[in-house]
Design a protein around this ligand. Structure first.
Ligand code: APR
Length: 313
């Protein structure tokens, strides 16, 4: 069978978990690449040795050589340094900028037609870096954040209401930082506003926990950051593109006049709800924000802007 090709840059916690999830769904053949070639090769082999038991035919290979990534349909960038306790995502800025810049140059060279999904933090700025360095169309370079933040929001709502996670549709926009904007007015349980199930106080607690959801995991793990839920969120994005599902997923995308200035934000990447299909960003969905959400949105966009300015891209 002629399968698509996905390259995952960074065979660490997120990259290898994603490779297994993608292989199990037979979404594509997968190339794992890492500066530590042994890690990429070892994890790829380990995943392939699970294939007879789990019953998938997709191929996963590991490499340290970008030539092996040539002509990928999708490239996911997870390369970089994760957070340690006490660090914010922004503390990773300069170290991860160098990583994402060099990775993006290789993607441009070897997979000029790929979709690029950025996962490395600080997410919105790294997405902007990949967009600028590759020079790819803005519809094809996206950051994974809203899908994860919304999943965390949904899980916490399910945990509190004891209603199935499958019924919960949660929404989070803005930058992938502590200023992200979980939108209670657009969050429903089987179409019924979540405010019918939870008091304002309960919801505000859940919103706060969502904002610091990544930090909660870092505190517990001590040696790294979350990877199961991030990998699941990337899987959702990859499938929506490759299988042209046209799901509405909040993603970090480039906003400007042409693609649509979004509530005063332009010239940077930040999380907004989009229709994600075979052309990448097919549509940006504009939401009506309450005054409180609008203020939070502005604060979040300002935080992303400050980081972008530090890089002089
Ligand atoms: N090229 C390729 N791989 C690299 C490079 C590079 N220039 N620099 C680092 N790596 C690899 C590391 O060798 C490591 O295997 O990236 C991998 C990162 O894996 P982990 O340390 O396990 O980090 P992970 O939890 O997967 O998170 C990756 O995603 O959520 C963000 O903040 C997080 O930026 C971090 C990224």
């Amino acid at each position: 069978m002629d399968r698509k090709k996905i390259t995952i840059v960074g065979a660490g916690n997120i990259g290898s978990t994603l490779a297994l999830l993608l292989a199990r769904r037979e979404t594509a053949d997968i190339t794992l690449i890492d500066i530590n070639e042994g890690i990429a090769k070892g994890k790829a082999l380990d995943i392939m040795e699970a294939s007879p038991i789990l019953g998938f035919n997709a191929h996963v290979v590991g490499t340290g050589n970008y030539e092996d990534t040539a002509n990928s349909d999708v490239v996911v960038i997870t390369a970089g340094f994760p957070r340690k306790p006490g660090m914010s995502r922004d503390d990773l800025l300069f170290k991860n900028f160098e990583v994402v810049k060099s990775v993006s140059e290789q993607i441009k060279k070897y997979s000029p037609n790929a979709f690029v999904i950025v996962v490395t933090n600080p997410l919105d700025v790294m997405t902007y870096t990949a967009l600028k360095v590759t020079g790819f169309p803005k519809e094809k370079v996206l950051g994974m954040a809203g899908a994860l933040d919304a999943a965390r929001f949904a899980y916490f709502i399910s945990e509190k209401t004891k209603i199935s996670v499958e019924n919960i549709r949660a929404f989070v926009i803005g930058g992938h930082g502590d200023d992200m904007v979980p939108l209670k007015n657009y969050t429903t349980i089987s179409g019924v506003p979540v405010t019918k199930f939870l008091s304002e106080e309960e919801l505000n607690k859940i919103i706060e926990r969502t904002r610091f959801g990544g930090g909660e995991i870092v505190q517990l793990l001590k040696t790294g950051s979350a990877f199961y839920a991030p990998a699941a969120a990337i899987l959702e994005m990859v499938i929506s593109i490759l299988w042209n599902k046209r799901k509405i997923i909040p993603c970090s995308v480039y906003l400007d006049g042409e693609i649509g200035e979004y509530y005063g934000a332009s010239g940077l990447c930040v999380g907004v709800p989009i229709v994600l299909g075979r052309n990448g960003v097919e549509e940006i969905i504009k939401l009506d924000l309450s005054e409180e959400e609008w203020q939070q949105w502005k604060k979040s966009v300002e935080s992303v802007k400050r980081l972008v300015e530090k890089l002089h891209l």
